[in-house]
Design a protein. Structure first.
Ligand SMILES: O=C(O)C1=C[C@@H](OP(=O)(O)O)[C@@H](O)[C@H](O)C1
Ligand SMILES: C=C(OP(=O)(O)O)C(=O)O
Length: 422
């Protein structure tokens, strides 16, 4: 069978068009890659259990392949932050000596906070390139940990929550558990809570005691878990409903009202940008409503939604003030710079007004054949694609979506977009 992701894999450009009718239908979402990649690490540590609905995202397929070949000498995390960070901690705790490599961009994404913490636990890790960044050489694990008292670590929370999740997940394997003190402004908190919830689902004990997170030395137990659909991926369908002609509505199966994913925050944000959500037992229906006159939003807990929201607000002409964007500069690309550059092609501006506060404003926003650069960032492609509902648009390197949503373009075709891959 033809792999749907291969159809576009060699394309340099995708020309997207919308016929002008209302947008209606059921869109299939990928499963959450954040839940999937945690569940895979925990399942490997638990030694069993069944995972249903694992994500088809490259980040998850990659994690699965790497965990299936643990005797490897080199582990290539490609551009997947969770793979690089979670696997580093996993390989340390399972005593592997190996090299961890990735893309050129991965070598610009810091990992020093995690390496310092693992070294304190007894890991021997060397930097093969620049100190503080991958690639890493894991040289062994000589824990000198107290059998009675939990290991105590102090970790900055203001760079990436993935270091904290990585450390929490190996906590049950330490002789007396782990006490993790967080310093600085902790970002992406819901991802830390998601880690705790999944750990608990697999029998571990991980408690949030305010300033400190405590993991007891209680072993993981094999368990079954069904991964929820991905709320970050859902955000692009919210954007489409917000920008589509009157009378548009979309059903998204597999989303839960009580979710472990912080990006469910899209429900409240898009309620202000013209999309109402109705929950059903297995999913949601999105319909249109009037947007607010202006929006203020802190993205500290949901950084992956920032691009979607900036583009929709600019296209609607609703001024939006955005805070909590600090981590955007060290993701797949510098997402602030990328947004500023690409929004400018439509006459919209994203300007820093005061410290770490960005305001997106636009007048006479027009979509008329612009070409969007994607900067090796899946979210740049998916956040700008909904603009095709307002006029013809070209997306450069469309295959970038495979990182989290390989079927994205297929789903757009099913919804009625015309796609021309060149
Ligand atoms: O733990 C996770 O699954 C993730 C945490 C977030 O990263 P940061 O903690 O670096 O903000 C998020 O941006 C990323 O897409 C996935
Ligand atoms: C930032 C992201 O992923 P990661 O950090 O896991 O590469 C993302 O998916 O937007």
């Amino acid at each position: 069978m033809l792999n749907p992701t291969l159809i576009s894999s060699s394309a340099s450009f995708l020309h997207l068009r919308w016929p002008g009718t209302p947008l209606r239908g059921i869109a299939q979402l990928p499963a959450s890659k954040s839940e999937s990649n945690r569940a895979l690490i925990i399942q490997a540590l638990a030694g069993g259990g069944t995972l249903e609905n694992l994500s088809d995202a490259n980040d998850t397929q990659l994690m699965q392949r790497l965990l299936a070949n643990q005797q490897a000498e080199v582990f290539d995390a490609e551009d997947a932050g969770t793979v690089m960070r979670f696997l580093t901690a996993y390989l340390v705790i399972t005593g592997k000596q190996a090299k961890l490599v990735g893309t050129a961009r991965m070598y610009q994404r810091p990992i020093g906070v995690l390496v310092d913490a693992l070294r304190q636990l007894g890991a021997q890790i060397e930097y093969s390139g620049e100190a503080g960044y991958p690639p890493l050489q894991l040289k062994g694990w000589n824990p000198a940990l107290d059998a009675e008292e939990p290991a105590e670590l102090t970790v900055r929370g203001d760079i990436s929550s993935q270091y904290i999740s990585a450390l929490l997940m190996i906590g049950p394997m330490l002789p007396a558990g782990l006490r993790l003190w967080l310093t600085g402004k902790v970002g992406s908190r819901p991802y830390i809570r998601m880690t705790q919830s999944l750990m608990q689902h697999f029998g571990a004990t991980c408690r949030d005691l305010g300033e400190v997170l405590e993991v007891r030395p209680v072993a993981y137990q094999p368990a079954d878990y069904t991964i929820e659909s991905d709320w970050s991926a859902a955000s692009y369908w919210y954007a489409m409903v917000a920008l589509a002609p009157a009378g548009s509505t979309i059903i998204l199966p597999g989303l839960r009202e009580h979710s472990w994913q912080g990006d469910q925050a899209i429900v409240g944000i898009m309620d202000q940008l013209g999309v109402a959500t109705e929950f059903f037992p297995d999913g949601v229906q999105l319909t249109q409503k009037a947007p607010a006159a202006s929006v203020e939003q802190d993205f500290s807990d949901c950084p992956d939604l920032a691009q979607t929201v900036a583009v929709v607000a600019a296209a609607l002409g609703v001024p939006v003030a955005m805070t909590g964007l600090e981590s955007l500069r060290i993701k797949e690309t510098d997402r602030i710079l990328a947004l500023q550059t690409e929004l400018a092609k439509f006459g919209a501006r994203m300007e820093e007004e005061g410290e770490e506060r960005f305001v997106v404003k636009s007048a006479a926003f027009q979509v008329s054949g612009q070409q969007i650069e994607t900067y090796h960032d899946h979210r740049m492609a998916m956040a700008f694609a909904p603009l095709a509902l307002r006029g013809p648009l070209t997306v450069q390197a469309p295959d970038v979506v495979r990182k989290s949503y390989p079927r994205f373009w297929k789903e757009l075709e099913r919804a009625g977009f015309s796609t021309d891959f060149r």
